[in-house]
Design a protein around this ligand. Structure first.
Ligand code: FAD
Length: 419
């Protein structure tokens, strides 16, 4: 017998329950498949593609070069490969996003063998923790307590002795990025030595002191269970604060699973009536990092050139787009999804909704970030801003495209109209 292991957001061998099931079903004989879905790949920016390609190269190396990568519609590709190798079953770990769920239902229908789903990219799968009324949580703190109480199991090792079965594949896209399971493990272990200070440094983009684990988490090069088990062995306020952030990631996934429309529509229905401007020249200036507000421009340029942006700066640029430029958050969210290497529909949309004031447990709309105050507080020496804007302080740097004080009043006026 041969089973197919269809890797998606679980590009690793350790602590991969779906892989354990594939090995059991195939009696050790498994085909490892990754589908390059043009719908996702063609929309991704350069840094995002490079990371995924680097991660696939590393996964393929751990499979003795036998990862089968095929480009095409997943329904067609998975059906065809399963038929070619006469698979007893196809194994996946669950995807809770709206597109992933539709795709998996279509694949299941097209297959002649079972599609078996085991595990998820979360310590506690979406929908598992419920209020006493049986509904999902809309406020983070009670969710967090229920999540802790629910708990998770200990990580398991990679299965030994897998016979990876070869099949014809397309060429792997090239990449210079070092990524994958081993790199993720090294990055995490190095970061663990610093986690105790997490609370003091996490808001400072100039210090570059956060873990950057959002990227390996996005591709499942490491499972959050593994990280939570390591954190539990370190008793520090930093480790606890870090665990809370991992819970935010799971809260976002839980919300999106319960409200698939929240990907692009406000969770608070009154925001449907909010007046926004069309994303014209001001939106272009925002994307290119040319707004004349250095903290905003530094963040947007960091994003364009590296595919990453610090969390504090994500909040500042998002608030600026929505409340200073009056552009709907969905345009910013789409730009982020195309460019962020860690771009994740649940974390991205729900955080945008939080900033835009229309989310479940959102920051109140009337609290408008002042970009200059934020910059003084979180980049006190201006180092982060100078790093990304070499022409800062010269005539080449643009004048502010809006007046923040006026833009703030306009944002409040529009908010008053929907209250
Ligand atoms: P650390 O500070 O080291 O945090 C550790 C981990 O906790 C992160 O890797 C992440 O998995 C999780 N985490 C931390 N903060 C959050 C949060 N607010 N929400 C959910 N999870 C969190 N994160 C993504 O992974 N993908 C996205 O597409 C994404 N889009 C965002 C859009 C906006 C507008 C905002 C404000 C935040 C967004 N975030 C997103 C959350 C957060 O900014 C990133 O997870 C974090 O900056 C990643 O850097 P890090 O790994 O160094 O974070």
């Amino acid at each position: 017998a041969t089973a197919v292991m269809w890797f998606r957001r679980d590009l690793r061998l350790a602590d991969n329950p779906a892989l354990l099931d594939a090995v059991a079903a195939g009696d050790g004989s498994v085909v490892g498949l990754f589908v390059l879905d043009p719908l996702l790949w063609d929309q991704s920016g350069g840094p995002r593609r490079e990371h995924l390609a680097g991660s696939l190269r590393s996964l393929s190396e751990s499979l003795g070069g036998r990862l089968v990568v095929r480009r095409g519609d997943p329904v067609e590709v998975v059906r065809a490969l399963a038929a070619e190798v006469d698979a007893v079953s196809v194994h996946i770990s669950a995807d809770y996003g709206p597109y992933g769920r539709r795709r998996d239902a279509a694949v299941e229908k097209a297959l002649r063998c079972p599609l078996v789903s085991t595990g998820s990219p979360y310590a506690v799968a979406p929908g598992r923790v419920l209020t006493q009324q049986g509904s999902s949580y809309r406020v983070f703190t009670p969710y967090f307590h229920a999540w802790l109480e629910h708990g998770w199991r200990q990580p398991v090792d990679a299965p030994p002795d897998i016979e990876w079965v070869d099949a014809k594949g397309d060429r792997l896209p090239s990449s210079k990025v070092v990524a994958g399971e081993g790199a993720a493990r090294d990055q995490w272990e190095a970061y663990l030595d610093e986690v105790a200070e997490y609370g003091e440094v996490r808001d400072r983009p100039d210090l570059d002191a956060t873990s950057r684990m959002s990227v390996p988490l996005k591709y499942g090069e490491i499972h959050p269970r593994t990280m939570l088990a390591d954190l539990a062995r370190r008793r520090s306020a930093g480790a606890e604060g870090y665990r809370r952030e991992l819970a935010w990631r799971e809260f976002c996934a839980d919300l999106l699973a319960g409200h698939p429309d929240a990907a692009w529509k406000p969770l608070r229905p009154e925001f449907d009536k909010m007046e926004y401007d069309e994303p014209g020249d001001a939106f272009d200036a925002w994307c290119r990092g040319m707004t004349g507000y250095p903290i905003v421009d530094a963040g947007m340029r960091e994003l364009a050139s590296t595919g990453f942006m610090h969390n504090r700066v994500r909040m500042v640029v998002a608030s600026f787009l929505v409340k200073d430029l009056h552009v709907h958050w969905k345009f910013g969210a789409r730009w982020f999804m195309q460019n962020l290497v860690d771009g994740d529909l649940a974390s991205n949309s729900l955080n945008w909704q939080w900033v835009a004031g229309c989310g479940a447990d959102a920051s109140p709309y009337f609290r408008v970030f002042n970009p200059s105050t934020q910059a003084k507080k979180f980049d006190p020496d201006g180092e982060y801003q100078r790093r990304w804007i070499p022409e800062l302080g010269t005539p080449d740097y643009p004048e502010p495209i809006v007046d923040h004080a006026e833009a703030r009043l306009e944002a409040l006026r529009r908010y008053d109209a929907i209250r």
